[in-house]
Design a protein around this ligand. Structure first.
Ligand SMILES: [Zn+2]
Length: 206
């Protein structure tokens, strides 16, 4: 075959059928760092910009433009990215990043702030995302003693201020470390009042 000429789909299919079950020629042959570097050098820039076969298929020209995934597909993708497969699994945000969030994204600066409407009650969904959003709102800091997540050496807990586990309204949730969470289990009325005031006004309970 002439170098650079293309096979017809029929030819490709025949070749793939013929090779089925065979061990690939390069299986178990270790690729040296030099070879890898060479391959990478050869391929770099080859498919960028207009050289990319999909170059003209961007935006409105994409065959997937404005199409939506089926619910089953979304579920499959979601499951695939759970737990250890999640690219964020085991990763921690840097202290600086958490500080930026705790300072810059409170109240009216919060992206989901619409005249305070983001704090309206909604049906309880005790999800990891909800708990994470409360930690984020509270700057990853125990709202009673001020311990950070790093100092606590484990994820901070989310406490239900009115002790009602079904009330997952963000105004009823607060970030606490393990020891403070244990403390607020007694003197419930006292702590409920303290935290309710704190969540209405902002600032830490002392
Ligand atoms: Zn604490």
């Amino acid at each position: 075959m002439k170098k650079g000429s293309h096979c017809t789909p029929e030819q490709k299919k025949n070749m793939s059928e013929a090779k089925k079950g065979c061990t690939p020629w390069n299986k178990n042959i270790p690729c040296s760092e030099e070879t890898k570097a060479n391959i990478s050098k050869t391929l770099t820039g080859r498919f960028t910009g207009e050289d990319n076969p999909n170059y003209k298929n961007r935006g409105e020209n994409s065959p997937l433009y404005k199409t939506k995934h089926k619910p089953e597909t979304i579920e499959k993708m979601r499951v695939k990215k759970m737990g250890e497969n999640n690219p964020f699994y085991g990763l921690e945000h840097s202290k600086e990043q958490k500080e930026i969030w705790s300072i810059d994204r409170t109240g009216e600066k919060h992206p989901s702030w619409i005249d305070g409407r983001s704090f309206e009650p909604y049906p309880c969904a005790w999800t990891r995302l909800l708990r994470e959003s409360i930690r984020l709102r509270d700057g990853y800091i125990c709202q009673k003693c001020g311990k950070t997540e790093e100092e606590n050496e484990e994820r901070l807990s989310i406490h239900h201020i009115d002790y009602d586990k079904d009330n997952c309204n963000p105004t009823n949730l607060i970030t606490l470390c393990r020891s403070c969470n244990a403390i607020v289990n007694s003197d419930r009325e006292y702590w409920q009042k303290i935290f309710e005031e704190r969540n209405n006004k902002g600032g830490r309970a002392t």
